[in-house]
Structures are given as C-alpha cells and as structure tokens.
Design a protein around this ligand. Structure first.
Ligand SMILES: *Cc1c(COP(=O)(O)O)cnc(C)c1O
Length: 420
C-alpha cells in the first residue's frame, strides 16, 4: 500500500496547521505513523490521495449514518445552492428541521440550531445555569462534550490519546464549576448531591459513551440519574451529539426510555455538514434569547446548506426505519466472535474492541486496555484496507452503506491479526 502522497501532504500541512490537522485525533498520534489524506468518500469507502481504498468505520466520527455522498443529501445540497448559502435571517427550512427533531425526540419541546456539538453543550449548560440560578455542572470521567472550557476536564479519548490529563488555558475558577464523577456509579452521584445538591445546575452525560470507546450505561443507571436530578431540582442533560439518530431514531433516550430535561444533538442531524442543536423542556428553552434572558447567538446558525443536508438525512431516516434493523444486524455480525483477551462493547452501530479481558464500564476500566497492541492491530487493518479509529478510546461506526461483504472482509482481516 502506497502512502507517499499522504506523507508529503502531512509534511506540508505541519508547516501551516498545528500538528498538520484541524482536530487532534486525525493526526494518528496514539497509533503512530502518518495520517492518510483523504481525497474522496463513496458509500462505506474512503479513497486516499495515494489511491488506496478503505472500508470506513470512522464515518467522519459519527455523522455519516448513511455513508458518504448519500444521493438524497447530495441532491438537497445541489438544490439549495440555487437559493443562496447564508442569509442571517430566518428560513422555512429551519422550522421543518426543528419539527422533525421534535417529532423524533418528544422531550425536545423547543429547539435551537447551532453549528457544532461544542456549541450545543456549551449553550445547554449555560441555559441550565440561567434556569436554575446555580453554577455547578456534573459530568462523568471519560465523557466528552466538545472543547467547552468547563467541560474539558477528564474528557476521554482526545485527551487520553494525547496523554494530557487536562488542558492548559482553562482558568481554575472555570474548571472549579465542574464536578467530575465516575461513569456508571450511582453512589458517586448520590454523594455529590448530598454534599452540593443546592449548587448543581445540571448533570450532563453521554447516555451511551462513545468518547472513551463505546461504554453503555449499566441497567438502572440512567433511571437513577433521572430520579436524583429531579429530587434536587437540577436539570438532566443528555448529550446525544453522537447517539442521536444513531443508536435509535429517537436516540438513547428512546432506547432506554428516559426523558431528560435538555438534550444536545449534532453529527447525524447534519448529514455531514456542520450543524447541531440543543433543546428540551419549553419552560427551560423559553429562557433563551430573544424569548428570555440567556444569551446565545450565531451568524451561520441554521444556514441553508447545513439545514438542507440535515433535512435530507432526517426525512430519509423517518421514511426508512429499516436502516436501524440493518445496521444492528451488521453490528451483531461484526462483533459476534470477539477474540480471546478482547472485550467488545456495542450498542447498535456503535462499537469498540477493547484490548483487555476485563469488562469495560467506566474510564477506570477502559484505560486497562493495551494501547500498544491496539496500535499494531490498527496498522494491520489499515494495510488491509480497513480504516478504524486511530485510537483505542473511540467508538467505531457502521453505516447503512456497509454491506455484509464489507463486514465479512473486516472480520477476516481481524481474525488473521489475532491468529498471528
Ligand atoms: C462529537 C461530540 C461533541 C462535540 O461535537 P463537535 O461538533 O465536535 O463540537 C460533543 N458531545 C459528544 C457526545 C460528541 O460525541
């Protein structure tokens, strides 16, 4: 497999872009080697600048539930270009996207569109503070909610991968507004609320974690969070930027039957364009400006291109519920026979092969994984045309564009690795 062009491009990129990439995990730091520069995506495949073709399990880190260049998304983008790319004024399309979100996710009584998952979580915790008049946010070790200052504490994959436990540049006073607790421990939440319940504005969680690798909630855990937050008058925020329209049409809240106060969405709802949303209880969302006193704005928020791609995506998913049975079937095929010494976690089309025999239920258990061995596995698979996340602590994604033959080929390549 050739990589001369990727190597040359990486050298060139490093001169103008910090680390040569516009988001850290793309740099392959955790696994070593040179990142592949991508020329094109088609269905479940990536084609790099050297002409190599890969079965893609990264899927742009979650958005591409229907694969690259889905015809409906491409057509919607072509069509909207005839009208304009940004107006800074309201459009009818935005209403339809908000309505489709509300219909699929009933807890979303009102919705505000933003441009990235980071913006969505940042805004959601601000609204929660404005609504409750309290300052603290509870988050969980290993959960990532974007690069929001106060949420960039013990935030899973990106920072685990770079081996920095924390970032510089966040004032201590801001970090101190966050309480970090272990994922899947009800006792830790009970204790935190017993001590500081009257100061806690919200609890934000990835209901199925994707950002320390795929880690599902233990039975009863989300129910306990719902009960405890309700009892203490704090808001429960489901960060469904990754799980929304991914683990079920109505997200993790549909899958587990929990109604959060606020939710954040991103990734899938943009069909591969930059869009995200936060929303939830109408009495809370009516605090958002201009309806209420919590300020939040965006020049490109709800821009026609991203909204059109998102509409094409959500209309397609509404009309084709069989997508979820299909990707579930492929997920089951891919993870049916985990090799000895490897633990597989999977929820629908989100999966991680953890290189540890221990059950992985939290960051403390995830980090037992043998990352050096994962790195060797990653390169073995890459050389055989399978593009996995370049870090042990990321979820893999299956799309509706993958075929059974793709899964079969992937399983065979993996089996050969474990046999040698
Ligand atoms: C990706 C992600 C974010 C951040 O979204 P960006 O669009 O990258 O800012 C937030 N929360 C979760 C759960 C995510 O997976």
């Amino acid at each position: 497999m050739q990589s001369a062009r990727s190597e040359a491009l990486f050298e060139r990129a490093k001169k103008s872009i910090p680390g040569g990439v516009n988001s850290p995990v793309r740099a392959f730091r955790a696994v070593g080697g040179v990142p592949r520069f991508i020329r094109r995506g088609e269905g479940a495949r990536l084609i790099d600048e050297d002409g190599n073709s890969y079965i893609d399990y990264v899927g742009s880190w979650g958005p591409l539930l229907l694969g690259h260049r889905h015809p409906d998304v491409v057509a919607a983008l072509r069509e909207v270009l005839e009208f304009g790319t940004s107006f800074g004024a309201p459009t009818e399309r935005e209403i339809e996207l908000a309505e489709l979100l509300r219909e699929a996710v009933p807890s979303m009584e009102m919705v505000r569109l933003v441009n990235s998952g980071t913006e969505a979580t940042m805004s959601a915790i601000r609204v929660a503070r404005g609504f409750t008049g309290r300052d603290l946010t509870v988050k969980f070790d290993g959960c990532y909610h974007g690069h929001v200052d106060s949420l960039l504490v013990k935030a899973g994959s990106g920072m685990a991968t770079l081996a920095i436990s924390d970032t510089v540049g966040v004032p201590q006073a801001i970090a101190a507004t966050t309480v970090v607790l272990p994922f899947n421990s009800v006792e830790a939440v009970e204790k935190a609320f017993a001590e500081r319940g009257h100061e806690i504005a919200s609890v934000i969680i990835e209901p199925v974690v994707g950002n320390m690798g795929c880690v599902p909630p233990e039975p009863g855990y989300l129910e306990a969070l719902r009960a405890i937050t309700e009892r203490h008058g704090a808001l429960l925020i489901f960060d469904e930027v990754m799980t929304g329209f991914r683990v079920a049409h109505g997200g993790a809240q549909q899958l587990y039957g929990i109604k959060p106060d606020l939710s954040t969405f991103g990734k899938v709802i943009g069909g591969g364009l930059p869009i995200a949303a936060y929303g939830g209880r109408a009495d809370v969302m009516l605090k958002v400006a201009p309806a209420g006193p919590v300020y939040q704005a965006g020049t490109l928020s709800g821009n026609p291109l991203a909204v059109s791609a998102g509409l094409a995506m959500l209309r397609y998913l509404k009309a084709h519920p069989e997508v979820y049975t299909y990707i579930e079937k492929l997920g089951a095929m891919l993870t049916a026979r985990p090799p000895a010494g490897v633990t597989v976690n999977r929820v629908g089309s989100m999966f991680t092969f953890f290189f540890t025999p221990e059950k992985v239920t939290s960051w403390d258990t995830a980090k037992l994984a043998d990352t050096a061995r994962y790195g060797r596995y990653f390169h073995w698979m890459l050389e055989r045309g399978v593009y996995l996340a370049p870090s042990q602590f990321e979820a893999g994604f299956i799309s509706a564009a993958h075929t059974e033959a793709d899964i079969q080929a992937t399983v065979e390549a993996a089996n050969a690795f474990f046999a040698q």
